[in-house]
Design a protein around this ligand. Structure first.
Ligand SMILES: *[C@@H]1O[C@H](CO)[C@@H](O)[C@H](O)[C@H]1NC(C)=O
Ligand SMILES: *[C@@H]1O[C@H](CO)[C@@H](O)[C@H](O)[C@H]1NC(C)=O
Length: 167
């Protein structure tokens, strides 16, 4: 994947959940071949495949997000309008349903995030994505679950841009 959650819009990828998907997503899961990155994953995980594109599409039904927000997150590391709560809740919804954040929106799973965000940026393989997700998961202070997921993503995108786009 091209290094950002939201390039999943363009790239059909399957991920396995560490836990069972929340109910509304159960029907969205499609069994597809697991990517090679999945081979490295803990064999204990509940390998329910979820199509990230389907998750995004389902989350967009409840928490509308415009394409421009996704682009600006990708290119600048933040949303166009940071006062708008709905697109932040879209991020939480996606994170929850791909297993990056717990259902209460508090606990991050940096290893899972690393698997999902793994890929290239600016033609370079992001070999330190796990360090980045660990840093962004550590010491999150936000109490609002939507804000918390948004700030995690903002942190990660900013790090990616700093390291891979500007270097
Ligand atoms: C994200 O940004 C990169 C670099 O600007 C660009 O090449 C890529 O097409 C963008 N992806 C999306 C989904 O906007
Ligand atoms: C979310 O849905 C709206 C309305 O159908 C659409 O305009 C928008 O592009 C969708 N967002 C994404 C990221 O696909």
């Amino acid at each position: 994947m091209a290094g950002l959650l939201l390039s999943m819009v363009l790239t059909l990828t399957t991920v396995a959940l560490t836990r069972s998907a929340t109910t509304q997503m159960k029907d969205a899961g499609t069994k597809e071949a697991m990517s090679t990155t999945m081979a490295d994953m803990d064999s204990k995980i509940d390998a329910l495949d979820v199509n990230v594109l389907d998750v995004m599409s389902a989350c967009n039904e409840t928490f509308r997000i415009e394409e421009a927000y996704i682009q600006s997150m990708n290119e600048t590391g933040s949303f166009l309008d940071e006062n708008d709560k709905t697109p932040k809740c879209f991020i939480r919804c996606v994170f929850e349903n791909v297993g990056i954040v717990s259902e209460d929106g508090k606990q991050f799973n940096p290893a899972r995030a690393a698997v999902i965000f793994a890929g290239e940026r600016n033609g370079k393989t992001m070999d330190d994505i796990g360090d980045m997700t660990a840093m962004c998961a550590a010491d999150r202070q936000e109490t609002c679950p939507c804000e918390r997921s948004y700030q995690f993503l903002r942190c990660l995108m900013s790090m990616e841009i700093e390291k891979y786009e500007k270097a």
